[in-house]
Design a protein around this ligand. Structure first.
Ligand code: GLV
Ligand code: MN
Length: 215
């Protein structure tokens, strides 16, 4: 009985430590104190008496972003680092700009589901489900269409229209994180062992070496 209780206690402790989503707030707000040396999950709270409207605000999100890069896209992620008032509130956002043909490369958010809305243009969007199905769920989206990318699933978007495209996303974490698949697999620092990738992808060593050079 004692060991059963001990096991239950251990389970309770470890499950509260490994919880991946943002914690529920215990007060109206906890504006991030960006200068505190204290390291916690998120940021410590600024004295509520010193909090101002500017802690909850940001300007300029209407401005088009520069998409003149090889992928033809630009993600502007707005997290608690940009709006301190988002600290502990489990939410953030992104503006994504696409040149014609522009691609927001396959990536996933380790801590957030994404709710994606097309504001301008025509976007092909999709995600892939986990093993064993690895089903590709995809849709062509027009202005005003919304699409959900569930937490942790690999997804991408590309502009298949003739003009520029713009989208706005809500993300269910104050710090969703972005793992870009190509960069993580072929551009890790230091490199993953080449023979690991040769075996995993079942291709020639030169192909892997080439990809590792690129990223
Ligand atoms: C940003 O992360 C996006 O997928 O649009
Ligand atoms: Mn995303």
């Amino acid at each position: 009985m004692a060991s059963y209780l001990l096991l239950l206690g251990l389970l309770a402790i470890t499950s509260s430590v490994v919880v991946a989503s943002d914690q529920s707030p215990l007060q109206d707000f906890c504006v991030a104190d960006t200068v505190s040396p204290v390291i916690v999950n998120g940021r410590p709270c600024k004295d509520p008496k010193l909090v101002q409207a500017s802690d909850f605000s940001l300007s300029g999100l209407h401005l088009p972003r520069d998409t003149s890069n090889i992928f033809g896209s630009n993600v502007t992620l707005i997290t608690a680092a940009e709006i301190p008032g988002l600290n502990t509130l489990s939410i953030s956002m992104a503006r994504v700009d696409y040149a014609p043909g522009g691609l927001n490369r396959p990536h996933y958010h380790p801590r957030a589901t994404e709710l994606f809305t097309v504001l301008e243009g025509t976007i092909e969007a999709g995600f892939v489900t986990s093993n064993p199905d690895n089903r590709f769920v995809t849709k062509v989206l027009q202005k005003g269409d919304v699409f959900v990318f569930p937490v942790g699933l690999i997804h991408f978007q590309r502009n298949i229209g003739h003009g520029n495209a713009v989208a706005m996303s809500g993300l269910s974490s104050q710090n969703p994180g972005i793992v870009t698949i190509a960069n993580a697999v072929f551009g890790s620092k230091p490199d993953l062992p080449t023979d690991v990738l040769v075996k995993a992808f079942q291709v020639d060593r030169n192909v892997i070496k080439d990809l590792q050079m690129k990223f």
